[in-house]
Design a protein around this ligand. Structure first.
Ligand SMILES: *Cc1c(COP(=O)(O)O)cnc(C)c1O
Length: 415
């Protein structure tokens, strides 16, 4: 569903005019549509409804506790990558027995907290991590449920920075080593084998790499069964892409159909770790044009948000649609949309054709995933507030940071 619409010439998110939202909350600010979040979650569970499955929302895509709470109420599990994310999920009312813990660098204190919470599964990414977990769980007198994140060496055909399933990537255990590590783990006292998992990358716009990875995982599942090491779940990771511009990502139903076909006749529970798919197109970043500047070669629209608010364009040269809030008629001009940060890489969009004046509002679309969660305070810029829109209501779910909060943890020696 698309929650954005022009009504009477003004862009609305659900029933909220973005002009009035800007007046109430200031700019820049993030806005998310509750209806769009619910709709993407439901489309995912419905697509997989023919078999026992659990959606574990990848918290890092957008970790606001209001969003986690919304997904928890819909029955979601969670894929976490840090103690901070664990605390967020628990605070949001998430069920610890639906949490999987991914990441290559889990610290001892993070393992302890996750064991205390009673999470569903540790997704183990190295032999050293397996040994550490065995020790930590042993000290606590607990048994840790594990799965190995296997690197299937599949080309996800996405941006190199968000491709994770190739041999040269730091993620997962090597495919050839999986049997040895499962055998080793099966003999340990304080870990018990629950599943197997993979995650080959993010923003995938084709189905075949997912299927190829699953086939390789299923080959191991069969091999493991022959060795007397059954797994009770298969976690296919996340990575399903969304439309930012002219991409043609698979429909969730086609993605599901392709995976379900491969899984037919298998008793294991299916786990999924979607992040971007659930939140990406449910949110936008609202910003105001401070200045128009006509350079010798280019025209610049200097806006009040920057790479610290939305890092994706600077980091991955990612494209976000940028729309004017007022439906304008007039002669559009080609602008570089840039922020105030002192970096040439601080841009939100290149060569955008807009009818724009100083003081106008712009909406940077598809900013629900890896927007706020990747934001920083670079250039001592307080983070933007976040607003959850529900029909005609706006819920402020994170306040704008203020400058004293920015400096609260700092000290001048001797004072
Ligand atoms: C980031 C990540 C995800 C989510 O990826 P999306 O592309 O946002 O769906 C899932 N699983 C793991 C292990 C991840 O690191």
């Amino acid at each position: 569903m698309n929650p954005f619409q022009y009504r009477n010439g003004i862009l609305h998110l659900e029933e909220v005019s973005l002009e009035s939202a800007a007046a109430e909350f200031g700019t820049p600010c993030y806005l998310y549509s509750k209806a769009a979040l619910v709709s993407s979650f439901r489309s995912c569970t419905e697509a997989f409804s023919s078999r026992d499955h659990l959606v574990c929302y990848a918290v890092k895509a957008n970790s606001n506790i209001a969003i986690l709470n919304l997904f928890a109420k819909l029955g979601s599990g969670f894929d976490i990558v840090s103690l901070g994310e664990l605390e967020r999920v628990l605070k949001a009312g998430g069920d610890p027995s639906k949490i999987v813990f991914s990441g290559v660098g889990k610290r001892e204190d993070e393992m302890i907290a996750a064991l205390e919470a009673g999470i569903l599964c540790f997704n183990i990414e190295s032999e050293s991590e397996l040994e550490r977990l065995e020790k930590v769980a042993g000290t606590m007198g607990k048994i840790a449920k594990i799965s190995f994140r296997v690197n299937p060496d599949v080309d996800a055909k996405t941006h190199p920075y968000i491709s994770t399933g190739l041999k040269e990537n730091k993620f997962g255990i090597p495919y050839y080593d999986a049997m040895r590590l499962y055998t080793k783990a099966s003999k340990m006292e304080h870990v018990s084998i629950a599943g197997i998992d993979c995650h080959i990358g993010s923003q995938l716009t084709e189905i075949p790499p997912f299927v190829e990875a699953l086939e390789k995982i299923l080959f191991l599942v069969d091999e493991l069964a022959r060795e007397g090491i059954p797994v009770s779940h298969i976690d296919v990771g996340g990575g399903l892409g969304i439309r930012y511009r002219d991409e043609n990502p698979p429909e969730i139903t086609d993605y599901a159909k392709a995976l379900l076909e491969k899984l037919e006749g298998r008793p294991q529970k299916l786990l999924l770790e979607p992040g971007r798919f659930l939140v990406g197109n449910a949110g936008l970043l609202l910003t105001r044009i401070e200045y128009l500047k006509h350079g010798e070669q280019k025209n610049f629209a200097i806006v009040d948000c920057a790479m610290n608010d939305l890092m994706r364009p600077s980091l991955y040269d990612a494209y976000h649609e940028i729309a004017t809030i007022r439906e304008e008629n007039g002669e559009p001009v080609v602008f570089e949309i840039v922020g105030p940060v002192c970096e040439t890489g601080d841009f939100l969009g290149h060569e955008r054709k807009l009818v724009a004046r100083e003081g106008d509002l712009l909406a940077i679309l598809s900013a629900g995933a890896y927007g706020m969660s990747m934001s920083s305070n670079y250039n001592s810029r307080p983070r933007a507030p976040e607003i959850l829109v529900d029909g005609n209501k706006c819920h402020l779910v994170r306040e704008r940071e203020n400058l004293s909060q920015l400096m609260a943890l700092e000290k001048i020696p001797g004072k």
